[in-house]
Each structure stands twice: as structure tokens, then as C-alpha cells.
Design a protein around this ligand. Structure first.
Ligand SMILES: Cc1cc2nc3c(=O)[nH]c(=O)nc-3n(C[C@H](O)[C@H](O)[C@H](O)COP(=O)(O)OP(=O)(O)OC[C@H]3O[C@@H](n4cnc5c(N)ncnc54)[C@H](O)[C@@H]3O)c2cc1C
Length: 482
């Protein structure tokens, strides 16, 4: 049997800000992608910038640490992207996944400004891989960071510090100190007050706060695994909302995928994702199939399986494959559970062996003759099942058999604060706050009302991080030079 593992990190230590009495031009809360883009932009405009980060230096960079790419429009091939990815195509893709639940003005702005990102980041030390070839043309739409998100963070932190940005770790901000819609500064967990003229909030969503998630999801939230940082608990988002910032997005909207149930409670990252669903069958706790495993190509479907598993009893499911199916996808970091019989596998997984045997027999009997072709939607569909499997249906019949227990793995939440096109936070009356800005996950719900487009999380953070840094500097009469 497998066990869940709670790997929440220890409580942060004390602050080490060089001058706690200083009135900073700009205070940035959270040193992920959005925060660093904002800090660099403001520092380049000549502002004094303090970045407060809850995590230790080793664990810096929040969810950004786990990323691999961003999605960028371009009219012609670039050094890191092939062909073209027009504004219109990008926009259509976004409208399809969000089903139109987006702020069209901010969505357009995000896409337009995405075109500048690889060169802007490149000029600040971030290196990209040469365009990838292969599956679904990701090399056309998504630019991959050489060395992944951690390398991107290292480059941005180094660049920021070179510009004089003060980056302080292990310093969680507890709350914003507000007076009549104006943010005077922030209070640290230690009780200390830090003051700034402009405050840019880039502290992520509330995906690591299972109690808050439960307000949208109910009890199932307790069984969610958090794929990213344990530090994104939504403290700053909560403080903003408590002080009258206008919320955007629904409480239960988020990006969530099916991950191995043996993954740690926090920070498991991309290696715990199970990509084998299309090449086998998925049973719930009661040994019943509940969704078409072959509905579409996996990159277009993986992001619905977190929600699907969350909807099952006890928020658990099991991917079952045979020795042919198990070779058809990139293995996860976890070794599958293996047995020579379906009954034996079911027993190891904690499923009723008879129920699993029945489900497999019914599934196998409904599969068509002939081989499957995973490179296309091959239409090899079951017949007579509820639900049918509509592509790549092949019997689970060649031992040994393999099983992966699945849990909902939450990536990031969408409910956040509403902003305008200057990244200013809007207050309940619809007017922009005098000195509060937001970028990244904390405002991603302005663009992502639902659904997800791979790579757009980093794009939203970088675009709005830059805008926030520019606008905050401009309001201090320090026009940005970037
Ligand atoms: C496993 C995984 C893979 C992903 N892959 C991709 C990808 O390839 N491409 C993509 O576009 N997106 C990806 N995403 C989503 C992406 O990580 C986010 O959209 C993006 O990193 C958000 O950036 P951010 O700066 O808003 O938040 P973060 O990078 O999470 O940064 C927020 C920071 O705020 C800090 N913080 C939180 N609360 C406080 C507080 N009270 N005081 C001080 N600091 C605080 C946190 O410690 C953290 O460092 C992935 C996410 C995960 C989990």
C-alpha cells in the first residue's frame, strides 16, 4: 500500500531587512515570476525596491520553480519558437478553453504583450531551449526555459540583485496596512511594519490553503494534493479582499490534474503527473469507470482529470494498464504497482478484486478488434459501455498488470483580485486603488475564468508583472526604461 506524505515545510524564521525604517518606493510581496518581473522593471526605472518572500532562499520562487515554459504570440519564426502563432489563433485558443469567461480587454493585452517576453527575459539573463519539435507543435506556441523554472528564477534574482533590488527571504507578510483604500505598508508575521509608496502583490493564489479550498469544494478539498509551493496560502489575497478589493473568478475554479496519490502533499511538481490514462482504463473506489479515457489527445485533456477525480468518492481513482499500455507514455517518478492478475493488482490498490475483474472483463469485451494508433485520434472505440472510451480502446489483457492510484493535484487557483490594464487593483466601488497593484496567480482569474492553456500562467505573470512595475514607477514620476 502507498501512503500520503505531508511534507509541509517548517515555519519561516526571522526577517533580515537592511533598513526596517526606510520608506521604500516599491514593495513587492512574493518573489516568483510575477514579482521578479515587477521588481526588475521598477528598479530599472530607478526606484528603490524591496521584495519580501516567505520561502527560504533554497525554496524560493513559489510555483515558478516548477515551470518549464511560457506561451508567446509571434508573427514569424524566432530564435526559440517555430513558424507563427498569431494573435488571432492565440485568442481563439484562449476563448475555447475559457469558454469566453475572461476579461477580453485584459486577455488581448496579455496576448499582445506576450510577444515581447522571450526577448525581454532573454536580455535579463533567462535562457531558452531551441524550439522543440514533435508532439502537437509545442515548439511553435511555447518557449521552454533552459534549465526550467529554477534556472529562470536564478537568472531573474541575479539580475534583480545586480540592479540593487533587496530580496529578503523567510519573511512572510501577514497583512496589508490600509487607510481609506491607501496601502501604507505591510505588517510582517513578526509584527514589524514595513512602509512603501507603492505595493505590488505577487504572492500567488491560495492553492496551498486547503481550508480555503474547502469553501469552494467542500470536504473533497482535504484529499487534494498541492503540486506546487506550500507558501501560496492566500494570506495576501485574503488581506486584499478584507480591505475591500474587488474579487474576480469563482472559488472552485483552478488548474488541477490527476497525479499519483503517493506524491507528497506539497511541491511534488510535474514528475508526479500520470500520463497513462488514455492507454488503459480508470476505475473509481467502487471499481467503476466514470469518464472517457480516450476523449482527446492527452495534452488537451490532462487538465480536466484533476476535477474528474475530485468528483469521485473519496477523491481517489486508479489507472489500470496492461504490459502493452504501460509502455505508451512517459513514466512518472513513481513505479507503478504491479501484479500478474487483475485481482491481485486490485487487492494491492485497495479495490474490491471481484469488482475490478468485472470492470476489466466488460471493458475488454467492448473493445474493437485491431491495433490502436496513438499518434492520431484513431476512433478505436468501445461499444456498449457507459461511458464509452472513444479512442485508443484496447483490451487490458496482457499481464503483468499495472496500477497507479490517482488524486486531484491542484496547480493553482483562479479566484483573485480584479485589476485594470495598468495592473492596479480595483476596489469594491470599481475604482483603482491609489497604490496597490497585482500580477500573476493572484489576478490570473481576470484572464482565466475557467480552463487552461499550457504556458499562459507564466505569460500572465510576466506581462502583468512588467506592467505593475512600469505603472508603479510612472506614478512615482520615474518612467520605465524597459
Ligand atoms: C507543477 C507545476 C508546473 C507548472 N508549469 C507551468 C508551465 O510550464 N508554464 C506555465 O505557464 N505555468 C506553469 N505552472 C503555473 C505557474 O507556476 C504559475 O502560473 C506562475 O508560476 C505563477 O507565478 P507567480 O509569480 O504569480 O506565483 P509564484 O511563482 O507561486 O510566486 C508567489 C510567491 O509568493 C510567495 N508568498 C506567498 N505568500 C506570501 C506572503 N504572505 N509573504 C511573502 N511571500 C509570499 C511564495 O512563497 C512565492 O514565492 C505550473 C505550476 C505548477 C505547480
Amino acid at each position: 500500500m502507498y501512503t500520503d506524505n505531508d511534507n509541509r515545510v517548517s515555519e519561516p524564521q526571522s526577517a533580515a531587512i537592511s533598513d526596517v525604517d526606510r520608506l521604500w518606493d516599491i514593495l513587492v510581496i512574493g518573489a516568483g515570476n510575477a514579482g521578479l518581473c515587477a521588481a526588475i522593471t521598477a528598479a530599472e526605472a530607478g526606484c528603490s525596491v524591496l521584495v519580501l518572500e516567505a520561502a527560504t532562499r533554497d525554496m524560493r520562487g513559489g510555483n515558478t520553480r516548477h515551470t518549464r515554459n511560457l506561451r508567446a504570440m509571434h508573427e514569424a519564426p524566432t530564435d526559440v519558437l517555430t513558424d507563427a502563432y498569431s494573435f488571432e489563433e492565440y485568442y481563439d485558443d484562449l476563448m475555447r478553453v475559457t469558454r469566453g469567461i475572461t476579461n477580453e480587454h485584459l486577455a488581448s493585452l496579455t496576448l499582445e504583450k506576450s510577444a515581447e517576453l522571450t526577448s525581454w527575459l532573454g536580455a535579463r539573463g533567462v535562457r531558452f531551449q531551441p524550439a522543440l519539435s514533435g508532439t502537437l507543435n509545442l515548439g511553435r506556441t511555447n518557449a521552454f526555459f533552459l534549465g526550467g523554472g529554477r534556472a529562470l528564477l536564478n537568472s531573474l534574482c541575479r539580475h534583480a540583485e545586480g540592479l540593487g533590488v533587496e530580496l529578503v527571504y523567510e519573511t512572510p507578510v501577514d497583512e496589508l496596512v490600509m487607510d481609506d483604500g491607501f496601502c501604507e505598508g505591510v505588517r510582517l508575521e513578526s509584527g514589524q511594519m514595513i512602509r512603501a509608496k507603492k505595493v505590488i502583490t505577487t504572492a500567488g493564489g491560495f492553492e496551498a490553503n486547503l481550508e480555503w479550498l474547502a469553501e469552494g469544494w467542500g470536504d473533497p478539498a482535504k484529499n487534494f494534493l498541492v503540486r506546487g509551493t506550500p507558501y501560496n496560502t492566500g494570506t495576501i489575497l485574503k488581506s486584499l479582499l478584507d480591505h475591500g478589493a474587488k474579487p474576480v473568478g469563482e472559488l472552485d475554479q483552478c488548474h488541477a490534474v490527476a497525479i499519483d496519490a503517493r506524491a507528497p502533499k506539497y511541491d511534488g511538481g510535474i514528475a508526479s503527473r500520470i500520463d497513462g490514462v488514455p492507454f488503459g482504463m480508470v476505475l473509481n473506489r467502487d471499481g467503476k469507470r466514470f469518464y472517457d479515457e480516450g476523449e482527446d489527445f492527452w495534452p488537451k485533456r490532462y487538465a480536466i482529470w484533476g476535477r474528474l477525480v475530485a468528483g469521485q468518492p473519496d477523491q481517489i481513482a486508479y489507472a489500470i494498464l496492461d504490459s502493452v499500455g504501460v509502455k505508451r507514455f512517459m513514466p512518472s517518478v513513481f513505479t507503478p504497482i504491479q501484479d500478474d492478475t487483475i485481482e491481485g493488482l486490485a487487492g494491492q490498490l485497495g479495490l474490491d478484486p471481484a469488482a475490478a475483474r468485472l470492470a476489466v472483463d466488460e471493458f475488454n469485451a467492448a473493445c474493437p478488434e485491431g491495433p490502436i494508433d496513438q499518434s492520431v485520434l484513431d476512433g478505436q472505440a468501445t461499444s456498449g459501455l457507459t461511458p464509452e472510451k472513444t479512442n485508443w480502446a484496447a483490451p487490458v489483457a496482457v499481464p503483468p498488470y499495472f496500477g497507479f492510484p490517482l488524486r486531484p493535484g491542484i496547480t493553482f487557483t483562479y479566484m483573485g483580485v480584479e485589476v485594470n490594464d495598468q495592473a492596479q487593483i480595483l476596489m469594491a466601488d470599481g475604482k483603482p486603488s491609489a497604490n496597490l497593484f497585482a500580477a500573476g496567480e493572484i489576478m490570473a482569474g481576470n484572464v482565466l475564468g475557467q480552463g487552461y492553456l499550457a504556458g499562459i500562467g507564466m505569460t500572465i505573470g510576466a506581462v502583468f508583472g512588467r506592467i505593475a512595475g512600469e505603472e508603479a514607477s510612472r506614478l512615482l514620476n520615474r518612467p520605465s526604461i524597459s
